[in-house]
Design a protein around this ligand. Structure first.
Ligand SMILES: C[S@@+](CC[C@H](N)C(=O)[O-])C[C@H]1O[C@@H](n2cnc3c(N)ncnc32)[C@H](O)[C@@H]1O
Length: 205
């Protein structure tokens, strides 16, 4: 299932180039080793994968936006970085990697798709590999805006599903991971005038 594909295709038509990496990507860098491998789920305009590649990481970055993926491959593909059009909730069997990275993407899909993705990540990572996640919390000020789809999910111009910190941690653990870092806070993902309450998690296989 594609998730508000038209919204995201339109968005990236106007934000084609990567610009600056996210604060979460800067937080993650110290955990990445030179020559390690990483899959990014929902890379948007590729800003974080393009940043990680500078540290010697081998990356495949997935996104559902066909036009943006084609553009990123044209402009930014290298021997160690490529982009692929895919629904990250349904990627299927792949070579094992050391890391999986998801920033502001697991809240773009419903809980069933999230669980499937968590299990896929667990199956697709090497032992001790790290899964880096940043996701919107139910304490986000945007919670409740738009029309309700379920208790915690709403549609404005696109879909957002906000997660409860404790239950999200439990779902990650039930997919087989050990959560080695968790934080719910403001000040982590400020953008223009927005300062959402977000959850950061590092889960180890
Ligand atoms: C909020 S943006 C985040 C982009 C990027 N991670 C960043 O932080 O700049 C969400 C991205 O997830 C992608 N996405 C949402 N659902 C997806 C799915 N099921 N499969 C692949 N990509 C998806 C969207 O196309 C969009 O590029």
């Amino acid at each position: 299932m594609n998730t508000y594909l038209n919204y995201w295709e339109d968005y990236y038509k106007n934000h084609q180039d990567p610009g600056e990496e996210s604060p979460f990507a800067r937080f993650v860098v110290p955990f990445l080793n030179d020559s390690s491998s990483l899959y990014e789920l929902g890379c948007g305009n590729g800003r974080d994968s393009i940043f990680f590649e500078k540290f010697g990481v081998n990356i495949v970055a997935f996104d559902q936006c066909k036009n943006e993926v084609a553009y990123l491959n044209e402009q930014y593909k290298t021997g160690s970085l490529s982009f692929e059009e895919a629904d990250f909730t349904n990627i299927g069997e792949r070579s094992l990697v050391d890391h999986v990275y998801s920033r502001f993407t697991l809240h773009s899909v419903n809980e069933e798709q999230e669980m499937r993705t968590l299990k896929w990540a667990h199956d697709t990572m090497n032992d001790n590999g790290l899964f880096f996640i940043e996701i919107r919390s139910i304490h986000d000020e945007l919670f409740g805006q738009g029309s309700a789809v379920s208790e915690n999910s709403f549609v404005t111009d696109h879909y957002r599903r906000f997660v409860n910190f404790e239950t999200f941690v439990s779902r990650v653990e039930s997919a087989g991971f050990k959560v080695i870092y968790k934080l719910q806070s403001k000040g982590l993902a400020t953008y223009k005038t927005e300062d959402p309450m977000v959850i950061r998690l590092i889960a180890q296989k």
